[in-house]
Write a protein that binds this ligand. Structure first.
Ligand SMILES: C[S@@+](CC[C@H](N)C(=O)[O-])C[C@H]1O[C@@H](n2cnc3c(N)ncnc32)[C@H](O)[C@@H]1O
Length: 329
């Protein structure tokens, strides 16, 4: 029997991959770094606006490498209530370079900083990157743009002294928000020995909570973690991931995906309106009925807190979207 079609709920946020190309070579990257630009970014933006999407996030690869990046920022500004940019920041290292973000009233930037200089530069594969990303954060704060920084938590930056120093560096830039993503072994990061065991992950979270609290920096775990596997004092960091519900990802081919790390394709936005893509996708119906989660999570009293953890992490571990998200023992 075919799965019932569910009428789609409103989609509020979408991440659009402008290019897979990148000027860095992050050891952990879920993407490819291939020199592929978005097929029709203007078409994608118009179709998302037609579907009622409110918030647009440019990502990549490195989104600022797209040949029409300034024009795309301007177009997005005219179509969406909020435009955000997820970037490594290296192409915004001067006040002049960053001005394109200010002029186009970008609501928020998130520049990835993965540790102090030696750790960051080694992880992203290019000496000098740390200084550029730090400068970009400083310029964004000075320009009055809401600025956050993302750190991919992995075995090469999880030492307490490294994490504390990273938070100190962020505080010195004036940045008031820090996001962290759990390393998900996929894409270029697939076979890299970068995963943290559960104990190391928990210790790193404790250090980050304490360090950001003392510096007045807001801390957000961007991809969820299973609340049942975290001690009570850290469960507040869990959140229900909204990918697959009211947030989606569009790749360079226009494919609508649940998220960039899991890369499960629901349809193509350049061929089919977003609403019809979702209406026709069995995987979307599974999200609507919670059939994308393991039985254990569906019955769990903590489901509201963590939403069953990160589906991309579960898939990377067990090759099944509805596998349990397990912090490695
Ligand atoms: C793929 S990058 C694209 C935007 C830009 N190049 C940057 O570095 O921010 C988007 C975000 O995902 C993070 N990320 C990349 N690969 C990851 C992985 N395997 N697990 C968790 N986060 C990852 C990056 O560090 C960055 O913060």
């Amino acid at each position: 029997m075919p799965a019932p079609a569910f009428f789609p709920l409103p989609v509020t946020r979408v991440e659009v991959e402008l290019t897979e190309a990148c000027n860095l070579r992050c050891a952990f990257c879920y993407n490819s770094c291939a020199p592929r630009e978005s097929r029709d970014p203007e078409g994608i933006l118009h179709r998302l606006a037609d579907a009622g999407v409110m918030e647009l996030i440019f990502t990549g690869g490195e989104p600022a490498l797209h040949s029409r990046f300034p024009a795309l920022l301007k177009l997005a500004g005219s179509l969406f209530a909020r435009v955000m940019v997820q970037s490594n920041g290296t192409l915004f290292a001067t006040a002049q370079a960053l001005d394109v973000l200010r002029q186009n009233a970008v609501f928020c930037v998130n520049f990835s900083l993965h540790g102090p200089e030696a750790v960051h530069d080694a992880l992203v594969g290019r000496p000098g990157s740390f200084a550029e990303t730090r400068a970009a954060l400083e310029h964004a704060v000075r320009a009055g743009i809401r600025a956050a920084s993302n750190l991919v938590l992995n075995s090469r930056n999880a030492r307490p002294d490294v994490l504390r120093e990273t938070v100190d560096i962020l505080a010195a830039t004036g940045c008031e928000e820090m996001t962290i993503t759990r390393f998900i072994p996929t894409g270029l990061g697939k076979d890299k020995p970068l995963q943290l065991g559960a104990d190391a992950f928990i210790s790193a979270l404790r250090v980050l909570v304490e360090a950001t609290d003392s510096r007045g920096i807001a801390l957000l775990l961007a991809n969820s973690a299973p609340a049942c596997q975290l001690p009570q004092d850290l469960q507040h960091l869990c959140n229900r991931c909204s990918f697959g519900h009211d947030k989606f990802y569009i790749d360079v081919q226009g494919q609508v995906m649940v998220c960039g790390m899991g890369r499960h394709v629901l349809g193509n936005l350049l061929e089919t309106p977003l609403c019809d893509v979702l209406h026709g996708a069995d995987l979307y119906a599974r999200y609507r009925t919670l059939a994308h989660l393991p039985e254990k999570c569906r019955a769990c009293p903590m489901l509201e807190d963590c939403g069953g953890g990160c589906r991309a992490a579960a898939f990377a571990r067990a090759n099944e979207i509805d596998a349990e998200d397990v912090l490695l023992g």
